[in-house]
Design a protein around this ligand. Structure first.
Ligand code: MG
Length: 386
């Protein structure tokens, strides 16, 4: 019998890749709920293509648009909207797996819902791990959920740690690779435009994550994500610049051995790996050809030019509610930058200001996490006169 999967963030790049992977295994997966933020038309089209049973939008005001779009296609797909409906999709007792691929901190309640319901969580929403921290890990343990990372780097670390004993993991060092983004060799980042920051040299992704890749804030979030996913302190996580994105990250053990996962850059691999773990299944696509690989380059990141990395290191070390503020300030700043309200370099200025202003809560509850987020937005609005 086909297994059921619910996909949250269905219209984003990860969601679309996941639907592609599922479609390559006919008869093995039935799509239950497809959920998205606000793109009604695209969601309806995706439902038609995969035969989903239900469609959910986070944005309640778009429900009539979604219903009309489904009707226009002659579909009888159930439609719903709002955060509660998204969380229901994440905790659905009928789903064998849930892909969490919403963009930003909006994915936090969804991740908690899936964790408490004991789901197999295919997790691509790094913000929920960054903000949820110890609390999310606790919910996963208590709910009996299983978390499989879909982020390419974290999937690589997960695969590299597969054979390690708990004692070996305790002393392992993570090497987290980073393409370096479009501004790797640009020393002066004043005057970077939205257009320049919105194109990534290797991956095609949504706008927020593309800007995060330019500022290296994406990598900064991934450091904190790795800290929680693998329970390895930030001091043992090293970011390494690797523009070709062939080595997707690795782990060094105490005897000096390094295990890493390599492959052509294609998000379908980590998605399929998480879907079928611990099995590996055949997958079409380009194969890594070591014979034609002339050079593979690594470098140390520039913490002064990419201040976000240094701020993330501080946030990761501080722990508690500080990573929440780091993430919230970044989300706020990126939205303002994309709206052309602030300059590129002000993104890190905002994060730094918000972190300095915040009074840390060592063990925040979920409500305190959400409060810290709201307070960060309020503080930045006031400071920047929005
Ligand atoms: Mg990544």
């Amino acid at each position: 019998m086909a297994k059921k999967i619910n996909i949250l963030g269905a219209t984003g790049s990860i969601g679309r890749s996941a639907l592609d992977v599922v479609s390559r295994h006919p008869g093995e997966w039935q799509v239950g709920v497809l959920a998205a933020g606000s793109r009604a038309e695209e969601l309806a089209a995706a439902c038609e293509a995969c035969g989903a049973e239900a469609a959910v939008l986070a944005d309640e005001s778009k429900l009539p648009e979604l219903q009309a779009a489904l009707k226009a296609r002659g579909l009888s797909t159930r439609a719903a909207a709002g955060e509660a409906a998204c969380c229901e999709a994440a905790s659905d007792s009928e789903a064998d797996a849930v892909l969490l691929a919403a963009s930003g901190a909006a994915g936090l309640p969804q991740a908690f819902a899936a964790a408490k319901a004991g789901k197999r969580m295919l997790l691509a929403n790094k913000e929920s791990v960054v903000c949820g921290g110890a609390l999310l890990q606790q919910a996963i343990r208590e709910g009996g959920a299983e978390l499989l990372p879909v982020d390419s780097e974290h999937s690589a670390i997960f695969q590299s740690l597969a054979a390690a004993t708990p004692a070996q993991r305790e002393k392992a060092v993570i090497w987290l690779t980073c393409s370096g983004g479009p501004f790797l060799r640009r020393m002066d980042l004043t005057g970077v435009t939205v257009e320049e920051a919105s194109t990534h040299p290797r991956w095609k992704m949504g706008r927020k994550i593309t800007v995060d890749s330019a500022t290296l804030m994406n990598k900064a979030l991934e450091v904190i994500e790795a800290r929680w996913l693998f329970d390895i302190p930030p001091e043992r996580i090293r970011v390494v610049i690797h523009p070709q994105s062939i080595l997707h990250s690795g782990v060094a053990f105490e005897d000096g051995a390094v295990m890493a996962q390599l492959g052509t850059p294609d998000m379908k691999l980590p998605i399929q790996y998480a879907l079928y773990y611990p099995e590996r299944r055949p997958m079409r696509g380009d194969r890594l050809d070591f014979w034609s690989m002339k050079e593979i380059v690594f470098d140390k990141p520039d913490y002064e030019n990419f201040r976000g990395l240094a701020l993330a290191r501080d946030a990761g070390k501080a722990g508690g509610s500080v990573p929440v503020v780091f993430n919230a300030a970044n989300e706020f700043a990126v939205a303002k930058f994309l709206g052309k309200k602030i300059s590129y370099l002000e993104i890190t200025d905002m994060i730094e200001a918000a972190m300095e202003h915040h009074k840390k809560i060592a063990h925040p509850s979920l409500d305190e996490v959400l409060d810290a987020e709201a307070e960060t937005y309020e503080f930045l609005k006031k400071q920047w006169n929005f």
